[in-house]
Structures are given as C-alpha cells and as structure tokens.
Design a protein around this ligand. Structure first.
Ligand code: ZN
Ligand code: ZN
Length: 154
C-alpha cells in the first residue's frame, strides 16, 4: 500500500486521492494527447475507480477525443476545467489519472512510451524504457501483477 498519493487541479477547488499506487504509468505522444494537454505529451496513471477518490470539489464530465472512435469521458474540475481523469470505452470502473495533476508527479515516471512516431524531437526517451511507434499490447508489456489488477477492475 502506498503512502497517501494526492493531487488536484490548478485552481485548488478539486482535490483527489489515490488509495494505492497506480496500476501502471505510461506516456503517450500522439497528436490528440498533445492537443488535449496543450503540451508535448501526456503521462497517464492507470487506476481502479475504487482506488480513486475525490476529496474536495466536483468533477464535471466532458466528451474527449479518441483515435479509436471508442467513447472517452474526461472528468474536469468544475471551476477551472483542468482535466483530472479519463474513462474509456463507456465505463467508469477504471480510469486514467493525469500524472501532471499529482502533487508529486516525479514519483510516477512513465514505464512505457507510446506513439513515439509522433514524438517531438526535443524529447529524448531514456534508452532503458520501452518505446512503441503506435499503440502497444498492455498484456505483453506490463508486469503481470499490473495487468492482473487492470483486468480484475472491470
Ligand atoms: Zn495519446
Ligand atoms: Zn480547479
């Protein structure tokens, strides 16, 4: 069990807590993730919904873009609209928290980089971290425990 992992939005009205370490953390360099963050890539922390708790404020849900065409809901602070968590494929049993909103994002480095064919050239991925040109197979790439946690959540 992790020590308290907390995060929040930029205005401070939305705060949340992860009750366990993220299942897995990856970075995505696709164009949609760039647009949605307004940054060069996104770092995503996978978490079961029972391990994600809003401790202050309210999330509003908006439709997010997807490359796959599957549903994508984004939970945003209802005051400043910063994106906190995404739910994919029309379910809310497991989500993906935006690592940049954690109080200590440096503790959760991405263990995989996806869609590096779209990566900006001025970011260099450490040589020991797996990088995939497009999507990748979670089951083949994640530690077994992580994949089991993820499949059990739904
Ligand atoms: Zn992406
Ligand atoms: Zn806010």
């Amino acid at each position: 069990m992790a020590t308290k992992i907390e995060g929040g939005c930029s205005c401070g009205s939305l705060r949340y807590q992860l009750k366990d370490n993220p299942v897995f953390v990856h970075a995505c360099h696709c164009s949609l993730c760039k647009q949605q963050t307004g940054s060069a890539f996104i770092a995503h922390a996978f978490i079961e919904s029972f391990n994600f708790e809003v401790t202050k404020g309210t999330l509003n849900y908006f439709e997010g873009a997807t490359g796959s065409g599957n549903p994508h809901e984004v939970g945003r602070c209802d005051n400043c609209s910063v994106a906190i968590i995404s739910y994919y494929r029309g379910q809310r049993l497991r989500g993906v928290v935006k690592v940049g909103t954690l109080d200590e994002p440096e503790k959760f480095p991405p263990k995989v980089h996806a869609h590096v064919n779209n990566k900006v050239p001025w970011i260099e991925i450490p040589k020991d971290i797996p990088a995939f040109e497009g999507n990748y197979d979670f089951e083949k790439t994640w530690p077994k425990e992580s994949f089991q946690r993820w499949t059990k959540a739904i």
